[in-house]
Design a protein around this ligand. Structure first.
Ligand code: SF4
Ligand code: SF4
Length: 508
């Protein structure tokens, strides 16, 4: 039984009256010192930490010019105040994007602006103190780095970047989050977020081959470490056994099978997720991503395809080029070798949706939409795909391609209200390192705007399937849907729909 109240779903999305401090008690578990040290951070808060934090803040504003612009340019117009799902769901004023930014901006002003140094009371400049650090820890772990607020800000100020910087500064003084940092440690030791070792991965995939054979009569393969395969699939480890993620993996396998694409997974790089981005650490993001390059070089693949995972696609699309040389940008010998190795006729990287969409356009897949006639489907645009990356060659392809893949697989599709989809999409409430049980209250409350939009299409069109292309969204919705009286199995993979519709041939 939850010890908090689930927000009500009403006729229209309401902007709540302010409830000061209503989420001030929210505390995510802290990472233990040994886990901090694994990631190259100090284990304990040491004397003089305030100076370290202020110095780190200065470094970040020099290194990331955008961060400095964001900190300098807010005019307090208020356009962002009611755009964050966490404010709408909690009414805590510190969950207004501008107020969240000001937690860091006030410290920046105190140490790095003339007015803040000499007239701090005039410009709201504040010292870096333990009280401030505690507020950062509380409220920067109530931001899913979804970037919705930036769409409505006339200056494009991106709170996600400010939130990442705050987490990076906190890690620099030892104050890290258990959920993200321990998961990154697991990737370093084992290769994936779930700590699934190679043998267990191989067994799981063999079991999956048997299940698909039983269901279809066809030998659909889920190969691991096949040197010389054309395609390396990098997918979130949740796809290997979590529900409904695994239906998506089965769908990818069937697509590769029908298109005759020689593909493989890697036991060394068995994770698409990259929590280095959530903690704002370029070094850790790179270290996680390097495993993918190592696997691609070892297996001599020609293409790299990314499975259904929102933030992983953001890292792949926006950062893999300079991080590891997938695409143009990396300059070291390994990056250059990989650029030589990958087939220039395909995007590097390519999203699985893009691959399936292209195959559908070419008529290479046989899809029977009526196989999904019991599904009435809507699509949740995942934040990191919608607002932080693109897909395919057309502008807005990240909105069009997933919907076209769905519409090729189902007869009944209905969009949610326009102000809640595409670049206006509401976060699931669990992104950006929030998907942990110790933050269940903020997860449930932050899901309210998405649940509100979902309720509208459920009532109007009898929608019973919420499709998504993000492992975090899928896990988050499985957990929070019941709080809003929706069935937890209403959430599904886009490739789960493809999997149902694809006609692989008659049973043997
Ligand atoms: S959760 Fe999203 S909308 Fe809210 S402050 Fe963070 S980036 Fe902005
Ligand atoms: S919309 Fe932009 S400029 Fe206006 S208050 Fe919010 S962050 Fe500041």
């Amino acid at each position: 039984m939850a010890d908090f109240e689930t927000p009500a779903l009403t006729e229209f999305q309401l902007v709540p009256h302010i409830k000061k401090g209503s989420m001030a008690h929210s505390q995510t578990f802290a990472a233990k010192p040994e886990f901090q040290e694994d990631l190259g951070f100090p284990g304990e808060l040491e004397e003089g930490w305030e100076d370290v934090a202020v110095k780190k803040l200065g470094e970040l504003t020099t290194k990331y010019r955008g961060l400095k612009v964001f900190l300098d340019s807010c005019v307090k117009c208020g356009a962002c105040t009611d755009k964050c799902h966490y404010y709408l769901g909690t009414a805590d004023p510190l969950n207004m994007p501008v107020a969240r930014q000001d937690l860091l901006r006030s410290v920046y002003r105190r140490y790095y602006t003339f007015a803040g140094k000499y007239f701090p009371w005039l410009v709201g400049a504040r010292k870096m103190t333990k009280g401030m650090l505690d507020k950062w820890y509380c409220y920067f772990h109530q931001c899913s780095q979804c970037r919705r607020c930036s769409v409505f800000c006339p200056y494009g100020i991106d709170t996600a970047e400010i939130s990442m910087a705050a987490r990076e500064i906190m890690d620099a003084v030892s104050v890290g989050q258990k959920y993200c940092n321990e998961i990154i440690g697991k990737v370093y030791k084992i290769g994936n977020n779930l700590g699934l070792p190679e043998k267990a991965l191989v067994n799981t995939l063999e079991g999956l081959e048997e299940d698909v054979k039983d269901e279809t009569g066809i030998d659909v393969r889920f190969p691991v470490d096949q040197a010389g395969a054309d395609v390396l699939l990098i997918t979130p480890s949740a796809d290997f056994f979590a529900e409904p993620h695994i239906d998506g993996l089965i769908g990818y396998g069937k697509v590769f099978h029908q298109a005759g694409i020689n593909w493989t997974l890697s036991s060394h790089a068995s994770e698409a997720g990259n929590f280095g981005m959530f903690i704002g650490s370029y070094e850790n993001m790179r270290r996680v991503a390097l495993r993918i390059r190592e696997a691609a070089l070892d297996l001599k693949v020609k293409r790299i395809v990314v499975g259904e995972c929102g933030h992983a696609w953001r890292v792949a699309y926006s950062f893999w080029n300079t991080l590891i040389g997938v695409g143009h940008g990396g300059n070291d010998p390994y990056a250059k070798a990989l650029q030589q190795q990958l087939d220039p006729n395909y995007p590097a990287p390519q999203h699985i949706i893009e691959l399936t969409y292209d195959l559908i356009q070419k008529g290479a897949l046989t899809l029977d939409k009526s196989a999904n006639d019991d599904q009435r489907v809507t699509f949740h645009d995942s934040c990191n795909v919608a607002r932080a990356s693109r897909m395919g060659t057309m502008p807005g392809g990240q909105f069009v391609l997933p919907r076209e893949v769905i519409k090729s697989s189902v007869n009944h599709y209905f969009d949610m209200a326009p102000e809640t989809i595409h670049e206006n999409t509401f976060c699931c409430g669990g992104g950006g390192g929030i998907l942990t049980d110790d933050l269940i209250e903020i997860r449930v409350k932050g899901a309210q705007p998405r649940m509100q939009a979902l309720m509208d299409v459920v009532q109007e069109y009898d929608v019973n399937y919420l499709a998504a292309i993000c492992a975090i969204c899928k896990s988050q919705f499985s957990k929070v849907l019941p709080y809003y009286k929706f069935p937890m199995d209403m959430i599904g993979s886009v490739h789960g729909l493809v999997s149902n519709a694809i006609q692989l041939g008659a049973k043997q």
